[in-house]
Design a protein around this ligand. Structure first.
Ligand code: SRM
Ligand code: SF4
Length: 551
């Protein structure tokens, strides 16, 4: 028998995620945690990192790396109140690096929190009635839901289910309360984890709820996806998708992005039972020896989709109905003011790479703080790293517009569709796994590609580009029409052929190329696209059609 991976042993001896985190926090000799605790802290919503820009300088000065912590919230569906916004903004200023980061999974991230302020920061987040438990780690993570509050009542129902699912799959350990909130100690940490057991899941687990026709959540990228079936504006059920996941390792063909497979449909009341059955099947069947093979997608490919489906049916006592027809028309956001079905207004703001900060004349952090001080509705983080100022009465719109203008920012509706749709993961300097830049490089790269699009009279085309600093896929690059995946400093793999609705994985077209080569390859494609495209044929479909071997 192959040995369990080291992380399994750490979980096993952690007494339900306690480990020695309390001692690690108290140790003033280092800015880091003990090794085991760096794994366990993830389940509490935080990662230990170090500033990679400073690594070499500190090494030469014989100093330990500049350790700090990233903290991620659990915000199902990405919804928060203005009061929460103000509190989170203040926390970022007091304890973090001054910026808030909206993630591709509708959460907030704080970067740059030092160890001695970690407890105060997490406690402060909890005082806002938001938490960070299970935002990371081998558990079900933040549950996503279509952010669009516009179309129908179905969106509210989908959001409510996302909250219920998130709560249902939360770890039951009291470790979080004990460590961060001075909760009562549980003797020996012996409380039960009825869904997860003592060693939790073999690997991270992600769930999302999509409300057609908008697949903003990229539902097929998730271990578990629910696709709402809507009849006459009412949500009457869900298609169930399993086994999506995007992470891969360069040069290791045993790892790959996988699109989720629909195994059937359910009525809403069956959602929690089916979700729990998928989770416990993965708990029991997932690979605990090799973490590169432990996501649900590999479990399903190993045992077969039919076998997996039968097990889920048996554990949930739900017989899945046939897959129902659903149609997605887009995965991107719609910018500017949109009026909802109930007459309230929603302002979708484009936030470049999700980073909320005051940078030069563009004072996003101050603008949103000022909006939060007067806003009576809520805020919604979109899965595209953008923000909706939601539920605004008509009379309050002018004030919000004026605040934005006074702070040098705008909703992004005037930007090129390329810029509107683009996503970039965090990458350097905080992500330890980054091989190349992503967030910091995005603005410059987009400007260069916009010049090319202008040259070919394609500036108005809705072309989707996503860039990541490594093959883990945090900005879901494998679903983009143009996906750039970091290989080394300044070098990327170029993927082409995704679609605009998140239903098709793209294909590796060029390996390990630099900016000059990227621009030259795209220049060639844009020229052909202008000359040879079919009527209304999107760029991704065109590249796919022309390269028939990709089909
Ligand atoms: Fe991710 C690891 C950032 C969404 C796949 N991801 C990381 C870490 C924590 C690096 C680490 O392990 O030390 C990154 C922290 C960087 C930093 O400094 O903040 C990181 N991931 C992010 C975020 C912040 C990207 C962003 O720019 O928004 C997203 C946070 C989401 C959230 O709020 O929970 C983020 N990560 C994703 C997604 C997209 C999604 O889920 O829709 C994926 C691809 C889907 C999937 O999971 O298959 C993704 N992240 C990964 C992986 C690869 C997992 C795999 O199966 O191979 C890793 C590495 C790992 O787990 O070993 C990873
Ligand atoms: Fe880091 Fe890679 Fe994720 Fe980007 S894709 S945030 S570089 S792990």
């Amino acid at each position: 028998m192959t040995a369990l991976s080291p992380v399994e042993h750490i979980k096993q001896r952690s007494r339900h995620l306690r480990g020695s985190i309390v001692d690690s926090l108290a140790n003033r000799v280092t800015g880091a945690l003990a090794d085991d605790d760096t794994q366990l802290i993830k389940f509490h919503g935080s990662y230990q990192q170090d500033d990679r820009d400073q690594r070499e300088e500190r090494r030469l000065a014989k100093l330990e790396p500049a350790y700090s912590f990233m903290i991620r919230t659990r915000t199902p569906g990405g919804v928060c109140t203005p009061a929460q916004w103000l509190a989170l903004d203040a926390i970022a200023q007091t304890y973090g690096n001054g910026s808030l980061r909206l993630t591709t999974r509708q959460a907030f991230q704080f970067h740059g929190v030092i160890k001695r302020e970690l407890k105060a920061t997490i406690a402060a987040i909890n005082r806002t009635l938001m938490d960070t438990i299970a935002a990371c780690g081998d558990v079900n993570r933040n549950v996503m839901a279509s952010a669009n509050p516009v179309e129908s009542r179905a969106h509210q129902v989908a959001y409510d289910w996302a909250v219920r699912l998130s709560e249902h799959l939360l770890p039951k350990t009291r470790a979080y309360a004990e460590i961060w909130l001075d909760g009562e100690l549980v003797a020996g940490g012996e409380e039960a984890e009825p869904i997860y057991g003592a060693t939790y899941l073999p690997r991270k687990f992600k769930a999302a709820i999509a409300v057609p026709p908008i697949n903003d959540v990229d539902v097929y990228a998730h271990d578990l996806g629910f696709i709402a079936i809507i009849e006459n504006g009412e949500l009457v059920g869900f298609n169930v998708s399993v086994g999506g996941g995007l992470g891969a390792t360069h040069g290791d063909p045993a790892t790959y992005p996988r699109r989720g497979s629909v195994i059937g449909s359910i009525v809403p009341e069956q959602l929690l039972r089916v979700a729990e059955a998928v989770v416990t099947t993965q708990r029991d069947w997932g690979n605990r020896e090799n973490r590169k093979q432990s996501r649900l997608k590999y479990t399903i490919d190993r045992v077969g989709l039919e076998v997996f489906k039968r097990e889920v049916e048996s554990r949930s006592a739900v017989v899945l109905g046939p897959e129902r027809p659903v149609v997605f028309t887009q995965s991107g956001d719609r910018f500017g003011w949109i009026v909802g079905h109930d007459g309230r207004w929603h302002l979708n703001l484009r936030i470049e790479a999700g980073r909320i900060a005051d940078t030069g004349d563009k004072r996003w952090a101050s603008a949103l703080r000022a909006i939060a001080q007067v806003h009576q509705g809520d805020f919604r983080i979109t899965p595209n790293q953008n923000l909706i100022v939601a539920n605004v009465p008509n009379a309050a719109r002018a004030q919000i517009d004026a605040i934005l203008a006074a702070h040098g920012v705008h909703d992004g509706s005037g930007a090129t569709p390329l810029r509107q749709r683009a996503l970039a993961c965090v990458a350097l300097p905080t992500c330890p796994l980054a091989m190349a830049e992503a967030e910091r490089y995005l603005p410059e790269l987009l400007s260069k590609i916009e010049t090319l699009l202008g040259k070919h009279a394609l500036s108005a085309e809705p072309i989707g580009l996503r860039i990541t600093g490594c093959p883990n896929g945090c900005a879901r690059p494998y679903l983009a029409e143009i996906g750039l995946v970091g290989k080394a400093p300044g070098r990327y793999n170029l993927h082409l052929g995704g679609d605009l609705i998140g239903e098709r994985l793209n294909v590796l077209a060029h390996e390990n190329i630099d900016e000059t080569q990227i621009l030259s390859v795209l220049d060639g494609w844009f020229a052909r696209y202008t000359a040879e495209r079919g009527p209304s044929e999107p760029f991704g479909d065109f590249t796919r059609r022309v390269n028939k071997e990709w089909l």
